[in-house]
Design a protein around this ligand. Structure first.
Ligand SMILES: Nc1ncnc2c1ncn2[C@@H]1O[C@H](COP(=O)(O)OP(=O)(O)OP(=O)(O)O)[C@@H](O)[C@H]1O
Ligand SMILES: [Mg+2]
Length: 232
């Protein structure tokens, strides 16, 4: 089943007199349990596309259907609800709160769901265990390595059991060994937990952990191919 359906999607940014057509009539579908890598030069529209998929922003044209929801027809608050239900985000720079422990950081998405303390702690502990950080729960972000911080961020992304993980250059701030560990974790979440994964990356090697690579240039899709020999 197609969990993501993008039809003729465009995104026009306007600031003052200047207009940027960041996405130009893009169409593609992503099936449940696919692991897709998005590549392309700087400024080609990768982050813009990921933000649209993740319901962080509305497109300026076209139709976007996420798990049967017509996203372009939703109000901002309804769009946030859909986002919280279906999407977990991972960013290049982790975006962890510096004064909170790993455990508290992972609990954050559950706070928004109005879950009680005990249940929150239990789910956050499970998520941290899943990313191999059971023994680092009380550490602050600054007391963790970059790779460990990214794994905390992944635990936070999966704690609400989303259908889709969206990652914008998840290994961009990490050395190659730590990056490979993150990819192994993504493979596990994809294969064992059946999560759909869409990641943006500049590195071919990282892209080839995915099963499919979509390449953008200047706001358009220039290729969309199955990866023949994956790094799995
Ligand atoms: N909020 C914004 N307002 C105006 N223009 C924007 C905005 N965000 C992005 N753009 C423009 O849209 C185009 C696509 O930007 P985007 O961030 O999607 O590129 P990208 O492929 O993610 O690049 P990078 O690899 O450098 O992260 C760029 O030309 C950028 O300048
Ligand atoms: Mg970007």
């Amino acid at each position: 089943m197609d969990i993501i359906k993008m039809e003729d999607i465009s995104k026009l940014y306007k600031s003052g007199q200047i207009q940027v057509e960041a996405l130009k009539n893009i169409s593609f579908n992503i099936k449940e349990k696919e692991f897709v890598s998005i590549m392309g030069p700087s400024g080609s529209g990768k982050s813009t596309l990921l933000n649209l998929i993740g319901c962080l922003d509305h497109s300026t044209g076209g139709n976007y259907e996420l798990a049967g929801n017509q996203v372009n027809k939703l109000s901002d608050s309804k769009m946030s609800e859909v986002r919280n239900l279906f999407i977990g985000f991972v960013f290049q720079s982790f975006h962890l709160l510096p004064r909170m422990s790993a455990l508290k950081n992972v609990e954050i998405p559950l706070v928004y769901r109005g879950m009680n303390n005990k249940k929150r702690k239990e789910l956050a502990e499970n998520a941290l265990e899943q990313v191999g950080l059971k023994d680092r729960m009380t550490h602050l972000p600054a007391q963790l390595s970059g790779g460990q911080q990214q794994r905390v961020a992944i635990a936070r992304a999966i704690v609400g059991n989303p259908s889709i993980i969206l990652a914008d250059e998840p290994t961009g701030a990490l050395d190659s060994k730590a990056g490979e560990l993150i990819m192994e974790l993504f493979i596990e979440l994809n294969e064992k937990s059946s999560m759909t994964i869409v990641q943006v990356t500049h590195e071919e090697f990282i892209a080839e952990y995915g099963s499919r690579i979509i390449r953008l240039a200047d706001g358009q899709i220039v290729s969309d191919n199955i990866v023949e020999e994956r790094n799995v």
